[in-house]
Design a protein around this ligand. Sequence first.
Ligand code: ADP
Length: 484
Amino acid sequence: MDYPFFHVSHYINGQFIDRGPRFDIYYPATNYVIGSAPEAGAEEVDAAVQAAVRAFGQWSRMSSAERRVLLKRFAQLIRDHEDELAAIETWDVGRPIAENKAGYIARIAANIEFFADFAVTHGSEAYPMDNGYINYVLRQPVGVAALITPWNIPMLQATWKMGPALAFGNTVVLKPAELTPIGTWRLAQLAHAAGIPPGVINVIHGFGPDSAGALLTKHPDVKLISFTGETTTGTIIMAAVAPTLKRVSFELGGKGANIIFADVDLERAVSISLRSSFFNQGEFCLAGPRILVQRPVYEAFLSHFRQAAAQLKIGNPFDPDVRVGALISREHFTRVSNYIDLAGTDGASIILGGTPPVLPEPFAQGNFLQPTIIIDVKPHDRVCQEEIFGPVVTVAPFDDEEEAVAIANGVSYGLSAVVQTRDVGRAVRLGSALEAGTIWVNDFFVRDLRVPFGGMKQSGIGREGGHYSLEFYTEVKTICLSNQ
Ligand code: ADP
């Protein structure tokens, strides 16, 4: 097998800079070193923030139509490099290449294009008063936005945050997760080639606590923080930004329910459930790892689902037939495996998987775990409450709508849910009753970029998407205009 080597660098003030101690980047499917990246310290973080502060003057004063030209050029370069970026995401994450090809890179470009257009077409409110005065609302860019992203869908996260931040006139310092820095660094190269001015986008690498991430959150010249990651990290960042009163948008963990009613077409329910369970090896905050099935079809669903999950090909992520890739790291593999051990001690039964597959070298060295199905669980079991973030699902029966809603809502998270039923009235009732920021009815992972995206409860603070992103990434002013 031919391995690439990615010599990743920071991107500060329009320059690719190699400064700071370097750390290795591992390919999750074999644990071979495929590159290295520098760790930013206080000096590099400050240089990136200051570059963004300087660039803000010019970028924020450009018209949104001028910014759109540059952002569209950037997005077009993403589209032009689809195959290369799909491969990079697989090297970074260990996700099957098949999942990166199915519209994934196009969506990364669309995140930029959508907000570039939105900024041009969006107006603001005006309120003519009875006395002839006019109140109008002005939205202006805020300043430097720190964008902190996780390792599971790195390029999608990077553009989902960069798109609106830049389109509405802010400048950014982006810190990708230390486990997956390659894709974001490559995006910086494409932005550079597109002619985005120096300092508008800065990318720094490093870790979270006591490193680039924490330094960024404390920097006084950073005005906004858009963070996606673990709930515990969100609480740490919230405390860190309190002294400088930064505005935050947090998308945190999830533990979605996938509720299947007896009236569904079982084949389709199985197909949706395979995706909501095992997309990205289940390393996905939007996943639906708590499968709840109405009792009359419980046994039939379980048998079909088990059979279908057992047939998912696992192994070499570059094999186009592979559907389950490798977990991100050895450490994460151990964490996920510990949950499986816990299920055994809680009296639950593992009816599929639970162990690594037998794979040839070099994949025997990777962090692969077979799709795992756990049954005989109780709603309060830890495997049903805590985010496992791997290809591990629980399946449990329920009797009626009320019970399904109670179980689904009985967790601290509230990011997403899947409801499968042909009964429209029931879908409407569950849409209202479920505590989740996004609820899919009869499908999974489809979303118009205009709708709000984010989580309730411990799954986040705020929403992004469409005008919700506009609200987060702009400062709003009311101007009262006298007619005298
Ligand atoms: P995940 O395990 O999904 O990567 P984390 O919450 O650990 O979730 O990390 C998400 C992102 O947040 C990463 O880029 C990580 O480096 C960063 N991060 C982790 N801890 C902190 C922190 N204390 N301050 C700022 N950023 C952090």
